[in-house]
Design a protein. Structure first.
Length: 170
């Protein structure tokens, strides 16, 4: 199952107009870095019980980009693998995830999406490839595309982040 997410332009016109004349040839040759946010690469849902009922992981991420007219036009894909524990209700699970554009430790833009993981019959493990067809990053202030990072992760509750940090599973 592939979900084609819509256009996402989240950095604002001010950055688009800022100092595009200082772009270098290097900017056209590199792409932003793509990564998984470690504390948000796993999702565990207890569904009101004391034992985990559903788990999901992110992986297999890939990014393509084209730098044109001072904007890094990127597309990304990744895999989400869901696992139902024994006794968990077999149905479609909605999994929220985010795509964030960062420069260093500063988040410049973030968009939250939702992905359905369909469990039917006796299936306990399902993998879904997800695609985000457009993330545009204006290159401002002489920055190259490689000066930015595109991070993906699950949109987790505070409790889920704490659980991930406590269990230390990677």
């Amino acid at each position: 199952m592939t979900m084609n997410s819509g256009t996402w332009i989240g950095l604002g016109a001010a950055l688009i107009l800022a100092n595009m004349s200082t772009l270098t040839a290097q900017a056209a040759e590199t792409c932003p870095h793509l990564g998984l946010l470690a504390d948000a690469s796993r999702l565990t849902d207890f569904e009101g019980t004391t034992s985990a009922q559903f788990r999901a992981t992110l992986g297999g991420e890939a990014l393509q980009c084209v730098v044109k007219d001072g904007i890094a036009h990127t597309r990304l894909k990744f895999k989400v693998t869901g696992n139902l524990q024994t006794g968990a209700k077999s149905d479609t699970r909605k999994v929220p995830y985010f795509v964030a554009v960062m420069q260093g430790s500063q988040v410049l833009a973030k968009q939250v999406y939702s992905l359905d993981i369909p469990f039917t019959g006796h299936e306990r493990n399902v993998s879904v490839e997800e695609r985000v067809n457009r993330v545009d990053i204006p290159l401002a202030g002489g920055k190259a595309a490689g000066d930015y990072q595109v991070m993906i992760g699950f949109q987790l509750t505070r409790e889920q982040v704490a659980y991930n940090r406590q269990t230390g599973e990677r």
